[in-house]
Write a protein that binds this ligand. Structure first.
Ligand code: C5P
Length: 296
């Protein structure tokens, strides 16, 4: 009878759960068992999913804003954060790129609202994950068109609801959303739970973008030199930072993360430690060091 009980699946699961419980509670056991056994417990401990503290609002989703200039590493960081935390991810630049591409395809001028408005109407009716992942959106001329349409206030207004709805009700009803862009922490989600502003020197960003172009599209890499990529980035930075509506800028309460000398994993580790500090009230030197000094 006892033997049959041990042999049943429920019994095995029970014993397994008890062992994990004991291993997690009693520190001394850590040294007596092979490392692999503890992997699950350790993973759970460090890869927590932060939950909003809002009392009485069980449906509130955690929102993480990741802003910054092109090729700063914000997209990679935002994607990895979403993966790690089990949140939904939205690349808001792809929305502007989709409008830019549709405008170019219709032969319109991306600087003119009159030419862009039909594209906006079509894109906002047909926003799908497939459309936003289209490789055509990554072309340099589409980036340029995106930056131009993004300076038109009506375009920004038309895309605002979609972004806010995504943050409030992420697909899959997961616990939160990570949005990357230029104005997430300042305009789209000013009440985001954690905000990052990711930067890097413009030379390093040009190097990264050039390498990316070479690997994803060998033809483009051959046509565009690294100095052309640098000039494109500078022009786009200038336009994105100086436009009247929702310019690229760090929110006053954002953590500034300079990735010039960091690889993707190091940037992720720093961001996770900032989130842990925020949600678990841990003492954390990174969080203090990364916080931007108050604006004059
Ligand atoms: O981030 P990405 O390079 O894909 O963005 C393309 C362009 O879209 C940017 O140069 C910027 O002008 C615009 N954009 C924006 N606001 C966002 C995201 C992107 O204005 N939230």
């Amino acid at each position: 009878m006892v033997f049959l009980w041990y042999d049943s699946r429920a019994g095995c699961r029970f014993i397994n759960d008890m062992l994990i419980f004991l291993f997690k509670r009693i520190n001394i056991f850590r040294h007596l068992v092979p490392k692999g056994i503890f992997m699950q417990a350790n993973f759970r401990k460090t890869d927590f999913i932060p939950q909003p503290k809002a009392a009485g609002d069980a449906n509130k989703k955690t929102v993480i804003a990741v802003d910054g200039p092109a090729a700063s590493g914000k997209g990679t960081l935002a994607r990895k954060l979403a993966e790690r935390l089990g949140y939904a991810y939205l690349d808001t630049g792809a929305l502007y790129r989709a409008v830019g591409l549709a405008t170019l395809e219709s032969g319109g001028n991306p600087d003119s609202w009159q030419d862009v408005q039909t594209a906006v109407a079509i894109i906002t009716r047909n926003l799908t994950p497939e459309l936003l992942a289209s490789p055509a959106l990554r072309m340099p001329e589409v980036a340029e068109a995106a930056s131009k349409v993004a300076a038109i206030p009506e375009v920004r207004q038309a895309l605002l609801d979609y972004q806010r709805a995504f943050a409030a009700n992420p697909p899959g009803n997961v616990g939160g959303a990570v949005l990357d862009g230029r104005d997430i922490g300042t305009v789209i989600c000013p009440n985001a739970d954690v905000k990052f502003f990711v930067t890097a020197s413009v030379e390093e960003r040009a190097r990264r973008r050039f390498e990316e172009l070479k690997s994803t599209s060998p033809d483009k890499g051959a046509i565009l030199s690294q100095s052309q990529v640098l000039a494109d980035l500078k022009r786009r930075d200038e336009r994105d930072q100086s436009r009247a509506t929702a310019p690229t800028k760090s929110a006053a309460d954002a953590y500034v993360l300079d990735t010039t000398a960091l690889n993707a994993q190091q940037a992720l580790d720093q961001a996770i430690s900032v989130i842990r500090a925020k949600f678990l009230s841990e003492t954390n030197d990174n969080a203090a060091a990364l916080r931007k000094p108050p604006q004059p």
